[in-house]
Design a protein around this ligand. Structure first.
Ligand SMILES: Cc1cc2nc3c(=O)[nH]c(=O)nc-3n(C[C@H](O)[C@H](O)[C@H](O)COP(=O)(O)OP(=O)(O)OC[C@H]3O[C@@H](n4cnc5c(N)ncnc54)[C@H](O)[C@@H]3O)c2cc1C
Length: 452
């Protein structure tokens, strides 16, 4: 089994830029595939976390209604949630809602509480999955963009942009925003993935009024609305917007959308302050007409499974999507045998910021690099950065997602050069070749020192 990834690292597609919520299963109609997979996916996260150790907490979700009219939509969400099988979802009055989430505006009239909702660090989740897969025999090819495919002798022959070849009996098209281009490449179904852009804004740790649960407004037609989200690592996220169309690579954010998001979010949580915003990003939801997931055996091309239109709640649904793909492969005639020596667990990484001082002393005695702080805002040591690099994350973004170095208040002002020096030391790469997220994002222009 091989995973072909166009970017230089896994998780650099849609999966790196989202709200990091494990949804509870009340937002989507019971007739949709995504509602079913959202519920199944949600239930899988405790087991996955125990095996893979990624940051995840079931903090619960509240939907805040600000009028009697909005409470009618809450009733609808509740009924939908119950029909979908969402666990322990309940309609709550004003006092209970404020007790559940004291950061909320006193203007709320009531809402919904879904305790099974949670928050996750999405890139750490993807890295952990990839690490576990690789440890169990999956070949990982990054920087490998599939550009051509043809079928010969019962196998697909796929060629990369750099001219490498890969042959496989079966192919799963899980290409996110480019699933339409990949489908066309295999002569399979014709469809168009339309990006729906979501801009998000991050508030610093220790900002005023961080909520303890994920706060949703009553949803709009094409999105769940602007949310206030506590992240697993203590920052707060505001967003996302939902703007349809445009470029599949456009991840810019604008001051106008910041105003829009902030106005909306501060109506729900008045204590948040724009002064606490440390950064912003945009993600693009890969949408299909009808807004549902498309997960099926191709009817136009042999031995191809289509996994397209995986917009929200794709992160939540991902474990259930994998099970469905497995079932489709078997129904298509592929014989799958579980490996006797399959070991899903991966080694846990030490985070200096999570350790008590006496535990840190023991770590430092084993490896003094735990005592060298590389990122002051997030408390990341040299040992953690080196571990990320040795696991193959050699871009600044890869290291940032693996360790959080560069994610704090100074946004890499202090640590960027230190990290570059460590990448150069560990890999032998000259500083001029170190990138933020792959070719074209080099950080140093020109030459350093007396190197030609
Ligand atoms: C703003 C926003 C907020 C969201 N919030 C949430 C949320 O809170 N909860 C939730 O459950 N979901 C959320 N989602 C949805 C979730 O992020 C996605 O459903 C999920 O990440 C999709 O994963 P994927 O693996 O299908 O796509 P991707 O992560 O994009 O993976 C597809 C990969 O295919 C690669 N690829 C493409 N073409 C080729 C090619 N030709 N050759 C080789 N590789 C190729 C890409 O580089 C990419 O890495 C959100 C999405 C957005 C945009």
């Amino acid at each position: 089994m091989a995973l072909l990834e166009r970017c230089v690292d896994v998780s650099f597609g849609v999966s790196k830029a989202n709200s990091g919520i494990i949804h509870a299963g009340f937002h989507h109609s019971p007739s949709s595939l995504k509602a079913r997979l959202e519920i199944e996916g949600n239930r899988a996260f405790d087991g996955l976390q125990a095996e893979l150790g990624f940051p995840f907490r079931r903090v619960g979700i509240v939907v805040a209604a600000f009028s009697v009219e909005e409470m009618k939509t809450v009733d609808h969400l509740y009924e939908q949630g119950v029909e979908n099988g969402a666990r322990d979802v309940e309609i709550v009055g004003r006092d209970r809602l404020l007790a559940l989430e004291p950061a909320l505006s006193r203007d709320v009239v009531g809402g919904l509480f879904a305790p099974s909702g949670g928050i996750i660090e999405p890139y750490r989740f993807v890295f952990a999955l990839a690490e576990s897969a690789a440890a169990n025999g999956v070949f990982l090819f990054t920087g490998w963009e599939a550009v051509r495919a043809h079928r010969q002798n019962d196998a697909w022959h796929i060629t990369s942009a750099a001219g490498e070849d890969c042959a496989a009996r079966w192919v799963v098209n899980a290409a996110g925003l480019r699933a339409d281009a990949v489908s066309a490449m295999f002569g399979a179904e014709r469809f168009t993935i339309v990006p729906r852009k979501g801009e998000e804004f991050i508030l610093d740790k220790g900002s005023a009024g961080p909520p303890s649960r994920v706060i949703f407004p009553v949803p709009a037609r094409t999105s769940k609305g602007v949310l206030v989200i506590p992240t697993v690592e203590g920052t707060v996220m505001l967003g996302p917007t939902a703007d349809e169309g445009g470029d599949k690579d456009d991840t810019t954010t604008t001051p106008e959308n910041l105003e829009r998001v902030f106005r909306f979010a501060s109506q729900m949580v008045p204590r948040i302050s724009k002064r606490d915003i440390i950064t912003s990003f945009a993600g693009l939801r890969p949408t299909l007409p009808g807004d549902d997931f498309m997960i099926e055996l191709s009817r136009a091309a042999p031995c191809l499974v289509q996994v397209a239109g995986i917009q929200s709640p794709g992160l939540t649904a991902s474990p259930a999507i994998a099970e469905r793909v497995k079932a489709l492969l078997m129904s298509g005639g592929l014989e799958l045998v579980e490996k006797a020596d399959w070991q899903p667990g991966i080694p846990r990484m030490h985070r200096t910021r999570d350790h008590a001082p006496w535990e840190l002393d023991q770590l430092v005695a084993r490896d003094p690099a735990y005592a060298h702080l590389v990122c002051r805002c997030e408390g990341v040591s040299e040992a953690e950065v080196v571990e990320a690099i040795r696991k193959g994350h050699t871009t600044l973004d890869g290291i940032k997602y693996y360790t959080r170095a560069g994610m704090g208040r100074c946004q890499g002002g202090f640590c960027t050069y230190r990290i570059m020096r460590l990448v150069a030391r560990e890999t032998g790469m000259p500083l001029e070749r170190i990138t933020k997220h792959g070719p074209g994002s080099e950080l140093v222009l020109g030459h350093i020192g007396d190197r030609p």
